[in-house]
Design a protein around this ligand. Structure first.
Ligand code: SAM
Length: 235
């Protein structure tokens, strides 16, 4: 995987996808948007950072509630679509690779939102640490990602390249549920809610499509868990 200083392969894949991202049928994208709306996050008057905002499909909904939304993404193409969609004095789009330090002061945000972006991040801990640094005491982090059970069955962000007509899969990393939760605990968050979401009409034994994790920054000491998010392999 590319380092933050070179043009990352994932950003160029999303540049190629950007023009058709909103047109494509995409049940994962739709369900993640529905989950965000259903979770009743307290956004009113709060300062929000949306990481991996993409074409800004959820940014207007956030901006209607929040005092401010800083929307970060490293794909120029996706941001072009987002800027065309959203003109709000409360929203600022910034092209930024979230694996590098975020362009925000310590303790300046209340809520960090991550929808369908963390599957593209190899090392989760740095992202959670950055979210914690950017957040005020009591700040929240809400993420919703393709469920790892789906990934194990081959699920991965994919699209048809309009220029070539060829299917493309965007590079992704598998993270167990425990890795998401433990990365949050290690950065001083407490778990508020864990959600596993199926499509309407799915069978009980179908793999959930999405995982959501809602965390809140504890006001006191860091939680007493090892800093490494163990993969939990027994020997
Ligand atoms: C599947 S799209 C999701 C977009 C939006 N959140 C949604 O739900 O429609 C993933 C987005 O994450 C962005 N992304 C992936 N890795 C990133 C990184 N390291 N830094 C910034 N953005 C990243 C991509 O450019 C893309 O726009």
């Amino acid at each position: 995987m590319s380092t933050p200083s070179s043009k990352p392969e994932i950003a160029t894949a999303y540049d190629r996808w950007a023009e058709t991202y909103d047109e494509d049928d995409n049940r994962t994208r739709e369900l993640a948007a529905a989950v965000l709306r259903q979770r009743n996050l307290d956004l009113t008057g709060r300062d929000v950072i949306e990481i991996g905002c993409g074409t800004g499909r959820n940014t207007p909904w956030l901006a209607e509630r929040a005092a401010s939304v800083l929307a970060l993404d490293f794909s120029e193409g996706m941001l072009r679509q987002a800027r065309a969609r959203v003109q709000s004095p409360r929203v600022r789009f910034v092209q930024h690779d979230i694996r590098a330090a975020w362009p925000v002061a310590d303790g300046s945000a209340d809520v960090v939102i991550a929808l369908l972006v963390l599957e593209h991040i190899e090392h989760l801990e740095a992202i959670f640490a950055e979210a914690a640094r950017a957040s005020r005491a009591g700040g929240e982090l809400f993420l919703c990602e393709l469920h790892p059970m789906r990934q194990m069955r081959g699920g991965q962000a994919n699209f048809v390249n309009r220029a070539t007509g060829e299917p493309e899969r965007v590079p992704a990393f598998l993270h167990d549920v425990s890795e998401y939760v433990n990365a949050g605990l290690s950065s001083g968050y407490e778990l508020v809610h864990l959600g596993e979401w199926r499509d309407a009409g799915a069978l009980r034994n179908d793999a959930p499509r999405l995982l959501s994790v809602h965390l809140r920054r504890s006001s006191g000491m860091l939680a007493a868990v090892p800093s490494e998010t163990s993969k939990g392999r027994l020997r």
